[in-house]
Design a protein around this ligand. Structure first.
Ligand code: CTP
Length: 387
């Protein structure tokens, strides 16, 4: 999804500038053409040579060079997307206020397109009202802002301020470069992951779902401008911090959370692999082994069927059907039975960890799609919102 995309990477002077080398490498490996601008302070942490070697493309550090006299205008015009990572409080302040006093800030001012900022700084610098106002201003200008991650910061404090992982930034860039903000104003509830139903304090019943499809939908919808809520059971990888995520491990917890948050949602997409059964009597103490053991299971509530039975006006309901045989017939039967607008059927025999093979089925249409889960997520969003 990044092949031949022209990315201008602006690196500013923070301790996480070293992660920008990894980011440049990932973008380059994914086929993007990456040019880099380093601010004066960035060069205290990383060198122009790092980026020249990794990207194989030009790197600039100063304005008014004889061979590039008006680089800020040319480079801003060249880029499909300008990415500032890490973005210090200082560059956010300059960009929010139109200050152009070095090559990077002049380039940002000369850019006619939305810019992607990944801020990283000390927690108090980020929480400072001045920075928060600048962040809001930049968002109101149509720029993309990725929330910093929380954790241990280089300055010794713990909190929000870390640069998110380069893989996460590269994924967001890939979505932004392949879509527009066509879902602004939409509210979307997405469920993901594998239920965990307790047998005793040590053991539980679960399934093989990784939660990747639901996560891909949440991430794609977020960068396309939707207001996303993700309700998830066990998933292989933590959701990015910018996603509003609520944990609900069991079928009953997920039922509660879905019904608590369903009002005002334009669409609900249930990718979660919700347990159909749970142990009838979960034990509060660990079960000791003796002879054979049978486990009595009882049905859980079917969340999607309950949503379909009490469908809210105008709300789009989307189910998933993972099938190992008679894919389309089984999926269509679920579409009718649960009163859904769409069902996404995926063939267990063909789908893998990052790739998938889906059929998006409604009463009167059927769209087949094969590709990455992120691309499939975009196809599902295009189909249900008809964009
Ligand atoms: N689902 C749900 N609540 C449940 C079970 C499933 O909301 N207790 C949702 C899933 O999130 C999915 C859809 O229903 O979107 C299809 O789930 P699936 O388990 O395939 O369908 P079932 O109707 O349970 O049929 P079967 O297990 O017999 O294939």
């Amino acid at each position: 999804m990044l092949k031949d995309k022209k990315i201008l990477l602006g690196v500013t002077g923070g301790i996480s500038a070293y992660k920008a080398i990894d980011l440049a490498s990932r973008l380059t490996k994914a086929g993007a053409v990456v040019r880099t601008i380093l601010t004066k302070n960035a060069q205290e942490f990383v060198t122009a040579l790092n980026f020249a070697a990794i990207t194989g493309n030009p790197v600039l550090t100063k304005e008014f060079q004889l061979n590039e006299p008006i680089a800020h205008v040319e480079w801003a015009g060249w880029a499909d997307l300008i990415v500032v990572a890490p973005a210090t409080g200082n560059i956010l302040a300059k960009a929010a206020n139109g200050i152009a006093d070095d090559l990077l800030s002049s380039t940002l001012l000369a850019s006619p397109k939305p810019i992607f900022f990944a801020p990283a700084m000390n927690i108090f610098m980020y929480a400072n009202k001045a920075t928060q106002n600048n962040v809001e201003t930049l968002k109101s200008y149509g720029h993309y802002l990725m929330e910093p991650a929380s954790g241990m910061l280089a300055c010794g404090y713990e909190g929000k301020g870390r640069l998110p992982e380069p893989a996460e930034i590269a994924q967001a860039i890939s979505i932004i470069l392949n879509s527009t903000r066509d879902l602004v104003g939409k509210k979307l509830l997405i469920t993901a992951g594998a239920s965990r139903e307790s047998i005793d304090p040590m053991r539980f019943i679960t399934n093989h779902s990784t939660g990747k499809m639901g996560l891909a939908l949440a991430i794609a919808a977020y960068w396309r401008g939707a207001e996303v809520t993700l309700i998830h059971s066990w998933i292989d990888q933590s959701p990015p911090e910018y996603i509003n995520a609520i944990k609900a491990l069991t079928a009953q917890e997920m039922h509660n959370e879905v019904f608590r948050t369903r009002k005002d949602q334009d669409a609900i997409i249930m990718t979660a692999a919700v347990a159909d059964y749970r142990p009838a009597q979960p034990q509060s103490d660990k079960i000791k082994k003796s002879g054979d053991l049978s486990l009595e299971l009882v049905r859980t509530k079917d969340i999607l069927a309950d949503l379909g039975n009490d469908k809210l006006e105008g709300q789009i309901l989307v189910g998933f059907a993972a099938e190992s045989e008679n894919l389309n017939e089984n999926a269509k039967a679920k579409l009718h039975k649960k009163n859904l607008d769409y069902i996404v059927a995926n063939d267990l025999a063909v789908s893998g960890m990052n790739e998938t093979n889906i059929n998006i089925i409604s009463q009167d249409s059927q769209i087949e799609f094969a590709g990455s889960k992120l691309a499939a997520a975009n196809q599902i969003l295009d189909t249900i919102f008809k964009v």
